[in-house]
Design a protein around this ligand. Structure first.
Ligand SMILES: Cc1cc2nc3c(=O)[nH]c(=O)nc-3n(C[C@H](O)[C@H](O)[C@H](O)COP(=O)(O)OP(=O)(O)OC[C@H]3O[C@@H](n4cnc5c(N)ncnc54)[C@H](O)[C@@H]3O)c2cc1C
Length: 394
């Protein structure tokens, strides 16, 4: 626990060395002395990316006026939620305070952004405050679109065999309650992944592996029936791991069904309705289900000029950044960091870790009127838990 928390703290505070950062994610890492500037830099989002960027900027700039905007006081270690939802970790181990990670001298506006005005170099918060900036980093993460599933009620997670690790730390803990109850008897279980880009594409798989492992430990796997429904034609983006997971699922008796999207759920009746890509409807009963919602950029990004207007990332309203420099393709004083980015790169904490030095150094290059020097090489990773105590590092 101490080791995990102290390394997380070290990274968020920007203390990780530049050569290490360069090794995992950058093609060049120029060493510049601290840059003197009175620029107003606004960071939207105080999650993993926003906090790490604020710390690095504070370390590398003299005189900059840095503001973080996020209405959330708590800081969540989301990668720990799969462990909470499968009964390995207590929920409290994944909850900290944003205030403990903000660097000294950074202003924190405890509000959410309601509107971006990149033409006017300003944004407006939900309470109506207009905040002007010279440079902007958008690090708002993903939006979970549970509302797109008819009948879904996030307040019911934990009841009637309904699990969903993604919603919140409380939902992760409630998911474990439902899984723990289910494993005692076993029965029919449904797991799934959506058709949209999602954060930690490994998490739906980890939840399925852990569900099977918990049934195995309880001695109820043999009399259970597990099916994994994928919203697309694979279960993982990298072909070698896709094949590995499918083979391993089949070896454990987990059926895999492709191109099925969760359309509706009857929570009290424990029935799920999927639509196929051909438009057919398929219904299935279950005793336990793990729901993963479709995801998009937050509406505030999606509805702004900052979103892609065409191409594969336009539908989700993802941020239109260059996938190598992470600079906005149309607004040169805007950078994107983390899950909100509309690129082909993974939406993981590992990607955020590799991208933070690139965003920060390239932003400083722009401030100093230099060419942006660093390029993101697409690094990502996922510790794919396959049973309690064992993971495959993808
Ligand atoms: C169940 C689960 C398991 C995962 N497992 C792993 C793993 O094993 N390995 C891994 O590398 N990654 C994993 N991840 C993914 C990882 O947590 C994310 O990729 C990472 O947190 C992304 O960081 P971010 O800064 O982009 O967004 P986040 O950390 O989500 O932070 C976004 C912040 O933006 C704020 N925000 C949103 N909208 C606004 C607004 N309008 N105004 C102001 N602020 C706003 C939010 O309040 C939040 O604080 C997992 C995620 C989940 C949910």
């Amino acid at each position: 626990m101490k080791t995990i928390n102290s390394s997380r703290r070290r990274w968020l505070s920007g203390a990780a060395t530049l050569p290490l950062a360069a090794a995992i994610g950058a093609t060049s890492a120029p060493a510049h002395s601290r840059v003197l500037t009175n620029a107003r830099i606004v960071i939207v989002g105080s999650g993993l990316g926003g906090i790490a960027a604020a710390n690095r900027l504070s370390n590398q700039l003299d005189g900059a006026r840095i503001t973080i905007i996020d209405g959330r006081e708590a800081h969540y270690y989301q990668p720990g939620w799969t462990l909470v939802a499968s009964g390995v970790w207590p929920a409290a181990k994944t909850v900290e305070r944003n205030a403990d990670y903000h660097p000294a001298g950074v202003e924190w506006i405890k509000d959410h952004v309601a509107e971006f005005d990149p033409v006017g170099n300003a944004l407006v918060t939900r309470s109506g405050q207009r905040v002007p900036y010279d440079y902007l980093i958008v690090a708002t993460g993903c939006q979970l679109n549970y509302g797109a599933i008819e009948g879904m009620d996030v307040a019911a997670i934990g009841q009637n065999g309904l699990g969903s690790v993604y919603h919140s730390v409380d939902a992760a803990a409630a998911t474990w309650s439902a899984m723990d109850a289910f494993r005692k008897t076993g029965g029919k279980a449904v797991a799934l992944m959506p058709h949209t880009p999602m954060k930690c594409a490994g998490a739906p798989l980890k939840m399925t592996f852990m569900l099977a492992d918990r049934l195995r430990q309880a001695g109820t796997l043999a009399n259970s029936d597990l099916t994994f429904y994928s919203g697309v034609g694979s279960v993982f983006g990298v072909p070698a791991y896709n094949e590995y997971v499918i083979n391993r699922f089949e070896g454990m008796g987990i059926d895999v069904v492709f191109n099925h999207r969760l359309k509706a759920i009857d929570i009290a009746g424990r029935r799920a309705t999927f639509t196929t890509t051909e438009g057919a409807e398929v219904q299935t009963d279950y005793d336990f289900i793990h729901v993963v919602p479709p995801m998009s950029a937050p509406d505030v990004v999606k509805n702004s000029d900052l979103a892609w207007k065409e191409g594969p990332f336009a539908g989700g309203g993802w941020l239109e950044v260059d996938e190598e420099t992470l600079r906005h393709r149309r607004f040169g004083n805007v950078f994107g960091l983390g899950d909100v980015n509309g690129t082909r790169r993974g939406k993981t904490a590992a990607t955020v870790k590799a991208s933070v030095p690139i965003v920060v150094n390239n932003l400083i290059d722009v401030i100093a009127d230099r060419q942006t020097a660093m390029r993101f090489n697409g690094y990502t990773s996922c510790p794919l838990i396959v049973r309690e105590g064992s993971a495959l590092l993808v």
